[in-house]
Design a protein around this ligand. Structure first.
Ligand code: HEM
Length: 328
C-alpha cells in the first residue's frame, strides 16, 4: 500500500484562499523518496535540452490541472470506456507534455514505487519549467495525492476561454482566490510558448462578426500576425510564438507586459487587461519592474499549486499517471 505520512491520516481540503496548506509539508518525501525532487529537476533539465518547448507546455498543464477541482492530476487521466475525461474537453485539447510527466513518473517509480503522486510531480515539474524559461524559483510543499476522478464538466465551466470578457476572467480567477493583481501576474506565463492562430483568428479578419480586424490591435503587429497565420501550407497548424522581441534576453515576463502596453497582445484575453485600470495599472507596473513581477508571480504560483489538494487518506498514488488504480 502507498506510504502515508503518519501526520496526514486526517481528511483535509485546502482553503483556496490560504497560501500555506497545513496538510502539505516541505519535502514530504524526505524519508520515503529523498531523491524525488532532484529526479524531477534532472529530468526536466534533460528533456528541456532536447526539446525546449516542453517548459511552456508543462506550465500550462499545471494551470489546467489546478484550476479544475484542485491540483490532483485529474487532467492527466485518459477516458475510460468512451466516457469523456478532462483531457478531451475543448479547453484541454491543445494541452501538451503528458509524455514528459509519464517519463518523470516512470523514472521515479523505478526508484520508489507507489510513493510519489502525479499531482506532486506536475507542480514540481512546472516549477522547473518556470526556472528553465528564465523565471523565478519558488518553494513548494508536497504531499498531494491523485484524484481517482476526472471532471470534464467542471473544466468547461472553470477554465477561462481566450474570448472571455475581462469581467468573466476576473470572476473565474476570483473564485479560485486570486485578486486582480495576482491574475495579471499569472497571465505573465504567456511570455513563453506558442499560441495556435485558431485561438485569435477572428481578431485578424472578423472581430465580433464585424468583417474587420480587432481595432485595438497595433497595425504593424496585426500585419505580422496575418502573414504568420495565413500560411499557404494547408497541412500546417500555424502558431505565433509568445517569445518575441528578443525575449530570451529580456527574460520571463516583462516583454509580455510591454507588448500589452503597445496593443500587441495575442489573445483577446491578454489585450483586455489594458481595458480597465484595475488590471492595466498592474500591467504597467510589471512592464517596468521585472523584479516585482517575479516576486508576485512566485507567490501566485505557490497558491495556484496548493489549490484544492487531496491529502492524507484521500485519493490515491497512481502508478501510471493516465489511469487510476481503480481501473487496474
Ligand atoms: C485568461 C486566462 C487564460 C487564457 C484565456 C489562456 C488561454 C491560452 C490559450 C488559448 C493558449 C494557446 C494554446 C495553444 O495554442 O496550444 C495558451 C497558451 C499558454 N498558456 Fe494560457 N491562458 C490563460 C491563463 C494562463 C495561466 C494562468 C497560465 C499559467 C499559470 C497559462 C500558461 C500558458 C502557457 C505557458 C501557454 C503556452 C503553451 C504552449 O507553448 O504549449 N495560461 N493559453
Amino acid at each position: 500500500s502507498p506510504w502515508i505520512h503518519p501526520m496526514l491520516d486526517d481528511i483535509t481540503f485546502t482553503d483556496p484562499s490560504s497560501s500555506v496548506n497545513p496538510s502539505l509539508e516541505f519535502d514530504f518525501y524526505r524519508d520515503s523518496c529523498p531523491e524525488a525532487e532532484k529526479i524531477v529537476r534532472f529530468m526536466m533539465q534533460h528533456l528541456h535540452r532536447i526539446q525546449p518547448s516542453i517548459a511552456p507546455a508543462i506550465l500550462r498543464l499545471v494551470f489546467h490541472d489546478c484550476f479544475v477541482q484542485g491540483c490532483d492530476a485529474s487532467v492527466l487521466l485518459d477516458s475510460i470506456d468512451g466516457v469523456q475525461s478532462e483531457k478531451e474537453t475543448i479547453p484541454n485539447l491543445s494541452l501538451r507534455g503528458f509524455d514528459v510527466i509519464d517519463k518523470i513518473k516512470s523514472k521515479i517509480e523505478s526508484v520508489c514505487p507507489g510513493t510519489v503522486s502525479c499531482a506532486d510531480i506536475l507542480v514540481l515539474a512546472a516549477r522547473e519549467s518556470v526556472v528553465l524559461g528564465g523565471g523565478p524559483f519558488y518553494p513548494l510543499h508536497t504531499g498531494r495525492r491523485d484524484s481517482p476522478l476526472s471532471y470534464p464538466d467542471i473544466s468547461l465551466l472553470d477554465l477561462p476561454a481566450p474570448t472571455d470578457e475581462l469581467s468573466v476572467i476576473l470572476m473565474k480567477f476570483l473564485t479560485k482566490g486570486f485578486n486582480e493583481r495576482e491574475t495579471v501576474s499569472l497571465l505573465g506565463s504567456h511570455s513563453i510558448g506558442v499560441i495556435h492562430c485558431r485561438f485569435f483568428q477572428d481578431r485578424l479578419f472578423n472581430f465580433s462578426g464585424s468583417g474587420q480586424a480587432d481595432p485595438s490591435l497595433e497595425t504593424g503587429f496585426l500585419n505580422q500576425m496575418r502573414s504568420r497565420c495565413n500560411s499557404s501550407d494547408s497541412t500546417e497548424d500555424p502558431t505565433m510564438s509568445l517569445e518575441r522581441d528578443g525575449a530570451s534576453e529580456l527574460g520571463f515576463g516583462t516583454h509580455y507586459y510591454r507588448s500589452l502596453t503597445q496593443n500587441r497582445g495575442i489573445l483577446q484575453a491578454d489585450q483586455q487587461l489594458m481595458t480597465e485600470e484595475r488590471t492595466a495599472s498592474w500591467v504597467r507596473a510589471y512592464a517596468s519592474d521585472g523584479f516585482m513581477f517575479h516576486r508576485d508571480f512566485s507567490s501566485a504560483m505557490m497558491r495556484l499549486s496548493n489549490l484544492g489538494v487531496l491529502t492524507g487518506s484521500l485519493g490515491e498514488i497512481r502508478i501510471n499517471c493516465s489511469s487510476t488504480l481503480i481501473d487496474d
